[in-house]
Design a protein. Structure first.
Length: 321
């Protein structure tokens, strides 16, 4: 079987130069109250403060800025539970390119509104599997260009710029806890970090009810899908990962742990109340891994949590408080 093509360090560096004029660097914060509660110092890489509210805009913009004239002229289609939709809609609007987004039922009302407000056509359709199927149908019927939310080297390279920033901000980082949905972020970030610091421990974190990458690892099969996904962290709930993100994760991720729904709620509450960060559930799973001792505290290690997004519906605030 042919190995899938992965982005290399030069492509990630090129992506950073390409998107930097449009996107700012996100802060790496420390929170003494949270450090005391967790028994070790933590860095919080706050992609929740990125333009459009998540890291997803990095990959989306890199895709748009490297797209061919034919790809753009055809119009774009994608499937997303929310953050990729918002990020791609912003990038597409900047380039004046038409975009259709298929979102599964139960997607964040806030993310649906923001995607539409940016000019994209949004279709809400069934489960995530049904949404993916409709996205592919629209691509084939209308000749649209598919922008995959994670299994694309241009998307992965864009997400990898998070890792480049982190190494500049904290060159002596020892371990990084990163949420996993489809795997685009942890793949790109891991490729970027390990090219410079292979000794950094990279730990992926997934909800127990949507442990898609963990399932693929267990079955040693990138195409292994879950029959159903059930988690409050909707941004981490694809039914299947991709061949590229699976291959990259095997190369750069040291281990994957899973966390409970109760742990995700508690971690979201702590980030709201102790870190004063408005953070969505999927962004909280790294802290949940520490709260539930799935990753024991190691005070001697410099640890960073990737806080992936801050597009939190007001209703979710009351649920975790």
């Amino acid at each position: 079987m042919t190995k899938p093509t992965l982005p290399d360090q030069s492509q990630i560096l090129e992506a950073e130069r390409r998107i930097r004029p449009h996107l700012g660097e996100t802060p790496l914060l420390t929170v003494p109250d949270l450090d005391a509660a967790m028994g070790q110092s933590l860095g919080l890489k706050c992609e929740s403060l990125q333009r459009t509210g998540s890291f997803k805009v990095r990959g989306a913009l890199n895709w748009l800025l490297t797209a061919s004239e034919d790809e753009l002229k055809a119009g774009l289609v994608t499937v997303s539970a929310g953050n990729h939709a918002v990020g791609l809609a912003w990038a597409a609007a900047m380039q004046d390119v038409p975009l259709t987004v298929v979102m599964p039922e139960g997607s964040s009302p806030l993310k649906i509104r923001r995607t539409r407000a940016l000019g994209a056509e949004v279709i809400v359709q069934g489960t995530i599997q049904q949404a993916v199927a409709l996205c592919h149908e629209l691509r084939d019927e209308k000749g649209l260009s598919l922008v995959h939310p994670y299994n694309d080297i241009r998307i992965m390279a864009g997400q990898g710029t998070v890792g480049l920033e982190l190494l500049r901000q904290l060159p002596d980082v020892d371990r990084v806890l990163c949420p996993i949905g489809g795997g685009g972020l942890i793949s790109g970030l891991g490729l970027a970090i390990k090219a410079q610091r292979p000794e950094v421990e990279l730990i992926g974190v997934e909800p127990e009810g949507a442990a898609t990458m963990f399932n693929a690892w267990q079955k040693q099969d990138a195409s292994a899908s879950l029959d159903s996904v059930n988690t409050w962290a909707a941004s981490l709930a694809p039914a299947v990962v991709g061949d590229r993100t699976y291959a990259a994760s095997r190369q750069v991720v040291d281990r994957i742990v899973t966390v409970t729904e109760a742990g995700i709620r508690e971690a979201t509450r702590r980030l709201l109340t102790e870190a004063r960060l408005y953070v969505e559930p999927g962004a909280s799973v790294g802290l949940a891994a520490l709260v539930e001792n799935r990753v024991p505290p190691e005070p001697e290690k410099t640890t960073v949590l990737i806080i992936t997004g801050g597009n939190l519906d007001p209703e979710q605030v009351s649920q975790c408080l």
